[in-house]
Every structure is written in C-alpha cells, then in structure tokens.
Design a binder for this molecule. Structure first.
Ligand code: CTP
Length: 403
C-alpha cells in the first residue's frame, strides 16, 4: 500500500512529443494500484494511440466530447466528479492557454473546468515556447486558480533545442502527485531529520560503519515534504538520491553529523533522529594506511557524543522542537525503547526490530511500535517505509504546539 493505492487519477494527455513517456507513467501508477483513466485530446492521439493507452490503463480511453456512445453519462461531468486528481501531461502551450482562459472546447479542457479535484499540470514544450511571456502569464493565472504546476526539466529536447521544457522524470512527478493528494497538514513547518549510518575512519582506507541504508530517514523526509513541511535532511553515507525539494546535507562521521544537527536545530519545530549514529569512534585514526604484520591489533575507541541526548538535555521551559528518536533493538524492544524515551527526554520514540531476516535495516518495509511521552503506544503493521513514515508523522501532529 502506498499513497497512490486506490486513487482515481485522470491522465489528460495533450499533443506533444513527450506524450509517449506517459505510457510508462500509467504502468507505474497501476503498479501502485491507482486507477488510471486516460482522456486524450485529438492532437495527442496523433502521438500515441488510444489502443496503447487502453491496453496499459485497462480502461477505454476518452477523447471525443461529442461521442454518441455514452452521451447520456455527460462524460466531462462524470469524469470530473469521479476523480481524486486530474493530471495533465504533457501539457502543451496551447492547452495551457485554453485552461488559463477557461476554454472548454474539448473533453479534457471541459473536464478540467468541471472538476473540484486537484489539477496537476506538467508543461512540456520547446523552451522558447515555455519561456514566452504569454505561456508564463498563463501558468501564473493557473497557479492563481489553484492548479499545481510541476516545472519542466531542463536538457536536450526532441526538437534539438536545449533548456527548460522536458517532461520531468517519473520520480519527480510522483512526488507532485502524492503532494497533491496529501493534506498539507505540515505546511511551512521546519523539520530536521537525520538519516543513514555514520562512518568512523580508522585510517584512509578503513572505517567502522553499520548496516543502515538511510531508507527510513529518507522516507520521512519525503513524506514530510509531501505534506508541505520545509525539510532539512542530514544524511550519513547513503546510496539513495537526495529526496526532491528537500535540503540535503551529506556528512560522514558522527562528529560531522552532530555539528550540522546542532547548527540547524534552532530553526526546527520537529527534530527526527532516524540516523544510526556510531556510538564509538577510533581514538587515534591513522593518517596513513595501517600495514599488516602484527599478530594482533588493538583498536582504541572513544565514545561519541549522543546527539539526541544532548538535544534532550537542552529542553527547558521555553518552546523547544519536538524530539523524536529511533530505537534499533534486537531484543526486549519495548523495555529498551522506553528507557531511551526517558533517558533522552524525547516526545516520541519509534522502536524498530533489527534482528532476524525481517530486520528494519536496509529493508523496504518495517514494523514499528511508536510510543509517546504520555505512554500512548501505537503498534503499526508491517508497511512500506513511505507508509510507515506517514503514520509516524500522523502521531506527531497532535503533539505540535500551536505556532
Ligand atoms: N543517537 C544519537 N547519537 C548517538 C547515538 C544515538 O543521536 N551517538 C540517536 C539515534 O539517532 C536514535 C537514538 O539515539 O534516534 C537511539 O539510537 P540507538 O542506536 O537505538 O541507541 P543508542 O542510544 O545508541 O543505545 P544502544 O546502542 O546502547 O542501544
């Protein structure tokens, strides 16, 4: 289950060369169990056939507003009523101009005018056409009318030109879709999240690390962003790409992580520490590679600062960000988690099982127990990390003090 499961999405395709890319989007949406209803303009049908789109979406494709086939259903009203989102992609300069002026001369523009669902527009065209003041003014009007605009990507286009105008990649559009479908209940709230492992250098070649992939912290950053938050992510070494529209700071060691978390903490209203911070670091890392030869080797370690605990100690009378910790446990989960909640003066703790084959580490799903300061315990089922992230944020909302 994801934020797209069961959502009814109308995909309105207009006549641009990028229309072919939306075939893959239909597959991606259906993979996440969204219902996709395609509405095509006449020009779009010249670029991609209704046959392809019907086969991929598993539904007939609507095109002609005057089709006698189901005239009694009044298709544009019927479509407009039964959707959670109208996604228009690629949106040509011509369709954008029509929408900005409230024209309803085809099934897609009529549906756009009739729907109360959010409308997400993905402009795609030659860069000169996109940057033309007329197109920019039309997009500004559409924004004013409440439409969401996913800005085009920049790069080489089919016409040979370079610049903004390409249809964005699916990963980015998906973020916009989820944000459009998600209540903006964290609008403008500054959230600081740490994620991933830390690497503690032994010498220039070796380090002490751990198995954290960063997936949970990145999922939290993405989910908070989807709900309108201003997110800063402090990430230890992770192979994951920066989440869209999130300020991401990459660090390596626990000490570096502490420095950035402490620097950003005063602006935050929520601090979530999903990082698996190393508890110890080599006391005297070698500037040169340690050579073999000795029969045994001892490594002296020094305790790192507990970043979360230090933050918890700063809590006093005046307003302080909500503090959320994670507890990675392989046994006595609840007891250990509650100990950390108290010892680190947290508002909420997310207790994770890191033992066995279902370990939360590096997995796409996890099963967590959330406990708040008042002792309220919420056990979540095994879920994808994006869904788990949203459920954690749901638990945080009621704890947020007023602005
Ligand atoms: N944490 C931290 N700084 C550290 C160690 C941990 O900020 N030096 C934070 C983690 O980001 C997490 C919480 O503290 O939110 C608990 O981390 P965890 O590794 O589960 O526990 P520890 O406190 O390190 O205790 P132990 O390793 O003994 O279980």
């Amino acid at each position: 289950m994801t934020g797209l499961t069961g959502k009814r999405i109308i995909l309105g395709i207009t006549g641009g060369i990028a229309a072919y890319k939306t075939a893959e989007w239909i597959r991606a949406l259906r993979h996440e169990e969204a219902e996709v209803q395609v509405v095509q303009t006449e020009a779009a049908a010249r670029f991609i056939t209704p046959l392809t789109l019907a086969a991929l979406s598993g539904r007939r494709v609507y095109g002609d507003i005057f089709s006698p086939e189901d005239a009694e259903l009044i298709p544009h009203i019927n479509l407009a009523r039964h959707c959670d989102l109208l996604l228009i992609a690629p949106a040509t300069a011509n369709t954008i101009a029509k929408l900005a002026h409230g024209e309803a001369d085809n099934l897609l523009t009529a549906t756009a005018l009739a729907t109360r669902a959010p409308v997400l527009i993905c402009p795609a065209m030659n860069s000169n056409m996109y940057l033309h003041p007329a197109t920019q003014a039309n997009l500004a009007s559409l924004r004013e009318y409440g439409c969401l605009i996913a800005p085009p990507a920049a790069g080489a286009m089919a016409c040979g030109a370079e610049g903004p105008g390409r249809l964005p990649e699916w990963r980015k559009v998906r973020e916009y879709i989820i944000a459009a479908l998600t209540p903006q209940d964290l609008q403008g709230i500054n959230i600081l999240i740490s994620a991933g492992p830390t690497y503690e250098d032994i010498d220039p070649v070796r380090f002490i690390g751990n198995r954290s992939s960063g997936k949970m912290g990145y999922a939290l950053a993405g989910a908070a962003r989807q709900r309108g938050a201003e997110v800063t992510l402090i990430s230890g070494p992770s192979a994951l790409p920066d989440p869209p529209a999130v300020t991401t700071v990459r660090v390596r060691s626990a000490r570096e992580m502490a420095k950035f978390v402490q620097q950003k903490a005063p602006q935050a209203r929520i601090i979530i520490k999903a990082a698996a911070v190393a508890d110890y670091t080599p006391s005297a890392p070698s500037p040169h590679k340690i050579k073999k030869g000795a029969a045994s080797l001892e490594l002296k370690l020094t305790a790192n600062e507990d970043i979360l605990k230090s933050l918890g100690e700063l809590k006093g009378e005046k307003p302080f960000p909500l503090l959320v910790g994670f507890a990675a446990e392989s046994r006595d989960h609840l007891v250990q988690g509650l100990k950390k909640l108290k010892a680190k003066n947290l508002d909420l703790i997310v207790i994770n099982d890191i033992g066995g084959s279902q370990s939360a580490f590096a997995n796409d799903s996890n099963q967590v127990v959330i406990v708040n300061r008042q002792g309220k315990k919420t056990e979540l089922p095994r879920l994808g990390k994006e869904e788990t992230a949203h459920r954690i944020l749901d638990q945080l909302l009621p704890l947020l003090p007023g602005p």
